[in-house]
Ligand binder design. Sequence first.
Ligand code: UDP
Length: 227
Amino acid sequence: MKNIGLLLIATGKYDLFVPQLLDGASKFFLANHNVTYFLFTDSQKEFNVPNLIKIHEPHKPWPLPTLHRYKMFSNKREILYGQDYLFYCDVDMKFVNSVGDEILSKSVSTIHPGHYGSRGDTETNPDSLAYVGPKEKLIYFAGGFQGGETEEFLRMSRELSNRIDEDKKNGIIAKWHDESHMNRWRIDNPPTKILDCGYCFQATLPRPHTPRILALEKDHKAFRSDE
Ligand code: UDP
């Protein structure tokens, strides 16, 4: 039995998604292991789950809640080191089928459902540290579900957080924020386990994989606006 940390971010209106996420994860996510949820949030709501640790994270305007995800994890590495594995899941997802021991590997990425079989939409600005050249070999991965052994995941988090800060100093935010930087990283540090699109399944994009974690449809504008 391993200690597994599931990292979740829910600032602003996104706390609405937390109960559903936790409900599905408790049934389907590494159910035979010792799972702890680390929820980065500004929510005052109580989530009645014993194995949940709330970490205060102030809400910031889009795209900072996603762009700063690796900084959040890296800043809390002291409390995360107790886990054998860390996984991150977007909070607007729903576990609907078993996600088991097959995901336990040193570094784990999920093929992006919107870019299955293609090179994806990488950063094209050569001044960004997320830049990917047109001839580089690439599978495009989703930011929505990823993870790996704790030390390896935190190594990536620290490095990506630094690169994102460095870009910011130069007035650059990569096209798909943290996801662009993660995809650059994955070219240089290929994952030891690649998960199919079932682990970040979009109902509007049918793929030949068993749906396990659904990316929920939402009104992006409404959720990201602070009104
Ligand atoms: N997020 C958040 N508060 C926000 C915006 C985003 O907590 O105001 C977190 C949340 O975990 C969300 C993730 O960042 O699942 C990625 O954002 P979003 O799902 O909006 O991006 P998408 O995957 O739709 O591009």
